[in-house]
Design a protein around this ligand. Sequence first.
Ligand code: SAH
Length: 353
Amino acid sequence: MAKVNLMDLTLEQMKEFLINIGEEPYRGKQLCQWVLQKGVKDFNAMTNISKALRQKLERLAALGGVNILARQESAGGDTVKYLFQFPDGQAVESVLMKHSYGRTACVSTQVGCRMGCRFCASTIEGMVRNLKAGEIYDQVLAIQRDTGERVSHVVLMGSGEPLDNYDNAVQFIKNVTAPYGLNISYRHITLSTCGIVPGIKKLAREKMPITLAVSLHAPNDRLRNQLMPINRRYPLGQLIPACREYAQVTGRRITFEYSLIKDVNDRAEHASELGELLKHISCHVNLIPVNPVRERGFNRTPQEQVNRFKNILAERGINATVRKEMGTDIDAACGQLRRKTMKAGLPQGGTTG
Ligand code: SAH
């Protein structure tokens, strides 16, 4: 029988697991604290658990764990990119961003991605597998271990589409915000989606006041269909009302991400059209000069044009900021470090992508 990874369990599930193996459920909280709060990787470190139970757990359960396969630090040291490898050999990227207000971990939710966005490196070779909740959680713990600093904010914006791995993404968010976990405030969590409408509607009802970021990148269906295949399944006529609903149900402002690609989606008329599209939604627009990906052949919009785009939105009463760029010198755009490392033939221990 496969061992249960205790990092995948919520407190309730931990108690059930204990009952199933003939133990007292009240131990659940202690175990969660060891696994999710302290992040121990050895049952013997669990000093308030009896030796007999530790030995039993050793036989029946696992504690997750990731290896750092590659680590790149930006010149200024404000961004660190990791390539983490799981016991089956698969690897994903995570990024730590050091802000004045805290430390943000950007985590991956899938190995690869099947959404096919034209400008994104993570999706070039499709999706390999979903990450389990514990594997998403382990990325945060590994970053804390490496830096010795508490992670205060989490963004689900690494490789993968979180709403295409809904249950694991939500379970991760529950544990990372739990008092028996890392106790990170819901308000410090952002989930980014390419626009899976049923997932957005379901998430609105989870009673988790997290920020929803929606990758828009185009102000009309014609252009969005070209850049993001998901739009053919859930066009703007469905996506925008779902976003409005999310904002209404949760009381949270939506963040729209818009990567500016030279001569593709960055003209003045695109900005006006975007302003029109978003005018009745409580939102904020994040403008991101596209990170050129070698395989994709897109270029970034010049700074002047970025500012012009922003001003047109402002004239229409839409609050937009140009995302502070961090770590472009370290391939911080999705999927680039993994592709480079794997191609260079670093130890894989399994097949990737
Ligand atoms: N699948 C989710 C989360 C992962 S991508 C989503 O689509 O939102 C995180 C963000 O990076 C998305 O807004 C995505 O569109 C954007 N992105 C991907 N590749 C990029 C690139 N080369 N340059 C700029 N942004 C990129």
